[in-house]
Design a protein around this ligand. Structure first.
Ligand code: CA
Length: 233
């Protein structure tokens, strides 16, 4: 009988310093993790969104976006990936900024590799327990897993962007109450870009095309005149 090796979780490591990156990658691979890497902030953010790793190991000082910005952007998009931040200095300011940006834990450089590995184990265990409480949204035949960011209809995958998942999450959390266009912009787009309320309408049109049987006459994503949109729940 063949013994199946347990598939280990994928960790995304965002670190610009080559020596540190290689050392971390080696240590994590020795623990059986599959390690994805990125060398700058933008690449790190893109890989985190695209590859959905089980955990993000995030350096703070990075070219392009820094670690705080990456973390804040992921949270804004409703991405729940657990984040362990590697701060260069043990200042209270850095620690607070990291936690405010939505990091789950932090470790100050220089750190002990054994402690890092222990923190990663602990964080993964904690998140696995939390995600047992699944966040499933059902709209007729469409099933949307907001945590894993997967949408299906009758076994077929429906491709939704990170922003579309974030909009659905926002409406789901409102529990049937309307969400204003301005609130969508604040939460889903944040302050780093300057879209107009028209952008929200365009995204809603796309969501209806993907999720509604009759997008012109929507059953689930309702327009609330002069206010915004609500989810029929
Ligand atoms: Ca760095």
């Amino acid at each position: 009988m063949l013994l199946m090796k347990a598939v280990k979780e994928r960790v995304l490591l965002v670190e610009d310093e080559p020596a540190m990156r290689i050392a971390l990658q080696d240590a994590l691979e020795a623990e059986g993790y599959r390690v994805l890497t990125a060398r700058d902030g933008q690449a790190g953010l893109e890989r985190a969104l695209k590859e959905k790793p089980a955990l993000l190991l995030l350096d703070v000082m990075l070219p392009g976006l820094n670690g705080f910005e990456i973390c804040a952007q992921l949270r804004r998009l409703g991405n729940p990936v657990p984040v362990l931040m590697l701060t260069a200095k043990g200042t209270v300011g850095d620690r607070v900024a990291g936690l405010e940006a939505g990091a789950d834990d932090y470790l100050c450089k220089p750190f002990d590799m054994a402690e890092l590995v222990a923190r990663i184990h602990a964080l993964l265990r904690r998140t696995q327990r939390q995600t047992q409480a699944l966040e499933i949204l059902r709209l007729g035949a469409v099933e949307i897993d907001l945590g894993k960011q997967i949408a299906r209809s009758g076994g077929q995958i429906i491709h939704l962007s990170a922003r579309e998942f974030a909009m659905l999450r926002l409406m789901a959390e409102a529990g049937g109450e309307p969400v204003t266009r301005e609130h969508f912009l604040d939460v889903v787009w944040g302050y780093t870009s300057f879209p107009t309320t028209r952008t929200v309408d365009n995204y809603i049109t796309l969501l209806r095309r993907k999720l509604e049987d009759d997008p012109e006459n929507p059953r689930w994503i309702q327009t609330v005149r002069a206010v915004g949109y609500r989810l029929e729940v």
